[in-house]
Design a protein around this ligand. Sequence first.
Ligand SMILES: [Ca+2]
Ligand SMILES: [Ca+2]
Ligand SMILES: [Ca+2]
Length: 188
Amino acid sequence: MLSAFQETKLRLFFNLLDYDKNGFVEPRDFQSIGENMCLMLELAPGDPAYQEINAACIKVWDDLYMYVDKNLDDRASIYEWLLYADERIVNCEKAVYDKYVNKVVHHIFVLFDQNKDNFISLHEYLNLFMAFRLEVRHSAKAFIRLDLNKDNLISRNELYAGVEEFFRSDDMDAHGNWLFGSWEHLWK
Ligand SMILES: [Ca+2]
Ligand SMILES: [Ca+2]
Ligand SMILES: [Ca+2]
């Protein structure tokens, strides 16, 4: 079973993916996230990078969320998501959740490591916040928590640790809780 704190973070994540706020995570949410990112990066539809980003966003659905959709109606409800997270991310062996965590890390790097140096910089992390319409004022605070060795960059290992804590940890002091900014307003 999920704890109330784990469920709070999992709901936060579901809501940020449910871009049109209709209560379901579905392919068109990822399409909108892609379009928003392209706008943010000032890419025109004819630009090859425009196609790449949109394809990468659709791939997130194919890779991660089509498995959440149990009744195969091409969308995932909050109930499907919480059930999936309980069984496949939180209360399972490392070999099972490892796949999920690695895919999230992979997708964040594909979409946000814009200069392809294998690190997420503060600027790139800020883009993630803007793409998901998160409160940017929390981004620096969150970045500092994820940057474990304090070199002002988030490595793949640091991001893995953060993603693992965000999706799994029941410890309110865990650094990774801050992956998508503040959760405290949802908890109090
Ligand atoms: Ca939606
Ligand atoms: Ca980078
Ligand atoms: Ca670092």
